[in-house]
Design a protein around this ligand. Structure first.
Ligand code: PGA
Length: 265
């Protein structure tokens, strides 16, 4: 059973004070969900490193997970400016985003580094949210499926089949991120099927049934339902619309409405 996941990627936004104020408002917006104690959908917030301790302490006893937006692959040592998986665990993180397109395309991270980060996250007990996605040029050239399959393969090449349930893949077409132009759900489903096919090809038929695959790129309360109604899509990674507590609460309830918790579990 893949539990739907609604994940916030705040990018380089919010001071500690702004984080605390977001958390207070968001928790009160989702009070009815907290009261229901269903833990469905799973909620994840990934603030900047500097806000992780404040967010962790305020959501400590609530069903809201905290994640980081990046991690280094070494446990410790002379790596100025980097943060290790163990340090993130120490602050209460359970997830970490790896290979976001802004890190690939603005900071210049390559596939080899991303593969190491996925491995290091799992070794430290963090669930990696591996981001993949094609550029507009790649889509226009008809390479979207190929590019996403390659990114999936590279990112997961040091992972074992038994670890696949711990891995989240976020399909985020680069041209849809922060542009207000979301992908068509049919196109997202086509790529996500390719991603699952790649996982099955690597680890064995049926293994991908345990991998959660999210869609990301200009997700808003007004369009998330069209993605969540597709069984292939297990949730969303949300940038801009996750910065406002009311909007992020709306997104959470939209996920719940489109994908209610089955009564059998
Ligand atoms: P966006 O960002 O929702 O602002 O498009 C998504 C992301 O980068 O994860």
């Amino acid at each position: 059973m893949r539990i739907p996941l609604i994940a916030a990627n705040w990018k380089m936004n919010k001071t500690v004070g702004e984080t605390l104020s977001f958390a207070g408002s968001f928790l009160s917006e989702i009070q009815s969900l907290l009261d229901a104690e269903t833990h469905w959908p799973e909620i994840l917030i990934c603030p900047p490193f500097t806000s992780i301790p404040a967010l962790s302490s305020i959501v400590a006893s609530r069903p809201v997970s905290v994640g980081a937006q990046d991690v280094y692959w070494q446990a410790k040592g002379a790596f100025t400016g980097e943060v290790s998986p163990l340090m993130l665990r120490d602050l209460g993180c359970t997830y970490v985003i790896v290979g976001h397109s802004e890190r690939r395309h603005i900071i210049g991270e390559g596939g080899d580094l991303i593969r190491k980060k996925v491995r290091a996250a799992l070794d430290a007990g963090l669930k990696p949210v591996l981001c993949v996605g094609e550029t507009l040029e790649e889509r226009e050239q008809g390479d979207a499926l190929k590019v996403n399959a390659e990114m999936t393969k590279e990112g997961l090449s040091d992972v074992s089949a038994a670890e696949i349930p711990l891995v989240v893949i976020a399909y985020e077409p680069v041209w849809a991120i922060g542009t207000g132009k979301e992908a068509r759900p049919d196109d997202a489903v086509e790529v996500i099927r390719e991603i699952r096919g790649t996982i099955d090809g690597m680890f064995g038929e049926g293994v991908s049934a345990d991998a959660r695959v999210l869609y990301g790129g200009s997700v808003k309360p007004g369009n998330i339902r069209s993605f969540m109604l597709r069984e292939e899509i297990d949730g969303a990674l949300v940038g801009g619309a996750s910065l406002d507590p009311v909007e992020f609460a709306k997104l959470t309830f939209e996920v719940l409405k489109a994908r209610p918790k089955p009564s059998a579990i």
